[in-house]
Design a protein around this ligand. Structure first.
Ligand code: ADP
Ligand code: MG
Length: 701
């Protein structure tokens, strides 16, 4: 069934007391539980509080499952034949509550006796004016057998329940298992780390999470197990990083000629302090003989491009080449134009390579790249094709990281056989710090957390479709002042035809309302030539309005555009809305973002749109997005394996993540190969218990 191994925790559940072949099969099919380890790490999803008795008078409709104690009277059948039920009244010193059963009536009737004290457990409901408790569990109260604990509740299924493996049945198995393994299970986190972070031992935490005597022990157990989870994720990422730093020597860029010239004489604007700081961070990286692998995070419009360009100059100043890779042709084109303008001032050539570069031009470009005559190039994925060979690639900048997978990044590095080029990954997706630390844990992170001076915050409003007239009038007014506008339609993923249709309708409405306005169109059905022409017309100010599906989402930079109207805004995720909004607010004129929806909105959509109108801070928005949708919805997380975290919640467990990360850093600082006696437990766990066959940690080559 499972991969073979000698470790006792990999024993099939078949061999656990109370399981056997049939149930083992069911556990595997229904809950994907195969081995001892699987069951040990199958945690309760809820606990029923049996630690105290509630008085009946203190119950409210909002009470969770509670335990009460009292005497039963007035047992009676009620309802008609079809909907028969059994009722009884439970009374303590403070009040009464009705107990109701709809099923197993006969069974309950036989066991329930008047005037005996019972412990009753259930969820109070309000029905009419009376409190009742449907289907409570009950036991005769015996002074010395009080449960006095939190009862674990496990997920089960109909099939399992039919085989006596309901929550209680599962609890019993887990108890057997814990007893069986408690002497043998080994710690997997070094003692020192446990001490420093005041964490329970592994076995205590496992007992504590399954059978917590009280909430204090429960929380401490959960904390320890979350820590464990995050500790091993971080260990993996940070070891990747340290491998990279120790194994891959980097080119050293220590001469700064053109870089300084550009800084002193050709900068079109003074850099923000954040930009300066990041440039320093990059310089420190490329000047220390190690390969740089840095993530540059900066909200839309924070000015990442010029930073990238100045980093590219560092490469050129040291006789190396530099490339910038963008996720779409539109963006590559735009970068090409922007960078060329800067490069020209320094007398540097720049080339563009995309899927639609003409053959003759392509071969010319490839040749001069291979010879090293061409120092700077911008492009799309076309840059990572095998035929593209550099003479000496020193820096690769990747814009908008989330569109490129890790594998693609690796492919780029390999272009330079002797020494890996430095890599700078830029993203405008404001990943919450928690997530960045985990997701890009193998990268170093720089953040541009400051906008260029003079920017006015974008005014964002929510409007309904019946306001269309006023909105068009407002747009018209802005266009007459010489500004430009975007109108954006949501992308309906599976249906390109539908996109096209809604876009066409949009164009018709616009032409009817504002017949004098000139329009550019951009959508997925257009060829890249058409897209390019359309973009160019808008960028050069020949057209006043750009109507588009979400192709304009990333990176497009037309500072004169100051309005973005987003149709069906409720169809977009928060981070997408934020990206779109970032298309405006790129100069010192006041910009506007209008979120258009119908009246009827889900509460989630309403929350998203409200958040957009309340803040322009991308980091705040992405924190909220993470809370609303969970990390799985954020781009980039899918491949990371992080969505598989069982206990830890990246939106909430920032502190534990931070602690786990620091602990790993501390361990690796002194014992990079985990060879010390203290750290033996880690290797033992990874190599034997985790049995991660893809990678034996002790002997990473
Ligand atoms: P992003 O980080 O979204 O890629 P860009 O690099 O496209 O942002 O920059 C957005 C706009 O701001 C561009 O028009 C750019 O020229 C301008 N810009 C960048 N840095 C500064 C600065 N320090 N001062 C003023 N304008 C700047
Ligand atoms: Mg950009």
């Amino acid at each position: 069934m499972e991969k073979s191994s000698n470790h006792f925790l990999h024993t099939s559940l078949m061999f656990l007391k109370g399981v056997g072949e049939n149930r083992a099969k069911l556990l595997a099919e229904e809950l994907s539980l195969f081995t001892f380890a699987d069951l040990l790490y199958f945690f309760p999803f809820r606990y029923d509080d049996r630690t105290k008795f509630h008085t009946i008078a203190s119950l409210t409709e909002d009470s969770p499952y509670v335990q009460v104690k009292g005497r039963v009277h007035s047992i009676m059948s009620a309802g008609d034949v079809a909907k028969k039920r059994l009722e009884a009244v439970l009374e303590d010193e403070t009040g009464q509550i009705k107990l109701v059963w709809f099923q197993a009536i006969h069974f309950v009737r036989q066991r329930l006796k008047e005037n005996i004290e019972y412990v009753v457990f259930g969820k109070p409901n309000i029905f009419g004016r009376n409190f009742s408790m449907p289907h409570p569990e009950f036991e005769i109260f015996l002074q010395n057998e009080v449960q006095n604990a939190l009862m674990p509740v496990y997920h089960s299924t109909e099939k399992l329940k039919a085989n006596n493996l309901d929550s209680k049945g599962l609890a019993k198995l887990i108890k057997n298992l814990l007893e069986l393994v408690k002497e043998k299970i080994s710690e997997n986190i070094p003692v020192q780390t446990l001490h420093e972070n005041q964490l329970y031992s592994r076995i205590n935490a496992l007992y504590g999470i399954h059978f917590p005597p009280n909430t204090d022990i429960l929380y401490k157990s959960i904390k320890r197990l979350k820590f464990e989870e995050l500790f091993f994720v971080q260990l993996k990422l940070l070891r990747l990083r340290s491998d990279r730093l120790t194994k891959h020597a980097g080119m050293q860029f220590n001469k700064l000629h053109l870089h300084n010239l550009f800084y002193n004489e050709h900068l079109p604007f003074p850099l923000t302090n954040a930009q300066k700081r990041v440039i320093k961070e990059i310089y420190k990286d490329v000047n220390n003989m190690k390969q740089m692998n840095r993530l540059l995070q900066g909200d839309v419009g924070s000015g990442k491009t010029v930073v990238a360009f100045m980093a590219m100059l560092m490469a050129i100043d040291n006789n190396a080449q530099a490339c910038l890779m963008a996720p779409t042709e539109v963006l590559a084109e735009q970068h090409y134009k922007g960078l060329t303008a800067m490069a020209e001032k320094l007398g540097l050539n720049m080339a563009l390579l995309t899927g639609s570069t003409k053959k003759s031009e392509r071969s010319k470009t490839l040749q001069s790249l291979a010879k090293g005559e061409l120092k700077l190039i911008t492009g799309t994925h076309a840059l990572i094709e095998d035929e593209v060979q550099f003479q000496n690639l020193g820096l690769c900048v990747i814009d908008e990281q989330h569109r490129f997978g890790v594998a693609q990044r690796a492919k780029l590095w390999q272009k330079q056989q002797r020494v890996y080029p430095h890599v700078l990954v830029m993203t405008a997706t404001p990943i919450p710090r928690t997530l960045a630390m985990t997701l890009y844990g193998d990268l170093d992170v720089s953040v541009i957390d400051e906008m260029p001076a003079g920017r006015k915050p974008i005014k964002t409003v929510h409007r309904y479709t019946n306001n269309r007239q006023q909105i068009y009038a407002f747009i018209d007014d802005q266009l007459r002042k010489g500004h430009q506008a975007y109108i954006v339609y949501p992308l309906i993923e599976e249906n390109e035809n539908l996109n096209y249709k809604s876009l066409q309708e949009g164009i018709e409405i616009l032409q009817k309302q504002l017949p004098h306005v000139s329009v550019s169109v951009l959508h997925g059905k257009m060829s890249s030539k058409e897209k390019e022409a359309s973009m160019a017309a808008f960028t050069e100010g020949k057209t006043q309005v750009m109507i588009a599906t979400t192709v304009v989402e990333v990176g497009v930079n037309v500072p004169n555009a100051n309005i973005i109207l987003i149709e069906n805004a409720d169809r977009f995720g928060l981070s997408q809305l934020h990206q779109l909004r970032g298309r405006v607010g790129r100069s010192d004129t006041q910009s506007y973002c209008i979120l258009l929806t119908e009246y009827n909105l889900s509460s989630d959509s309403r929350q998203r749109i409200k958040a957009m109108t309340e803040t322009t801070d991308g980091f705040k928005l992405s924190e909220l997005d993470l809370k609303l949708r969970g990390p799985g919805a954020l781009e980039g997380t899918q491949q990371s394996g992080l969505v598989e975290l069982k206990l830890a919640n990246l939106a909430k467990d920032h502190d534990i993540l931070q602690a786990a990360r620091l602990a790993v850093i501390k361990i690796l600082e002194t014992d990079n190969q985990l060879k010390s006696v203290d750290n033996a437990v880690i290797l033992e766990y990874l190599n034997v218990e985790r049995n991660d066959t893809s990678k034996k940690w002790g002997r990473v080559s």
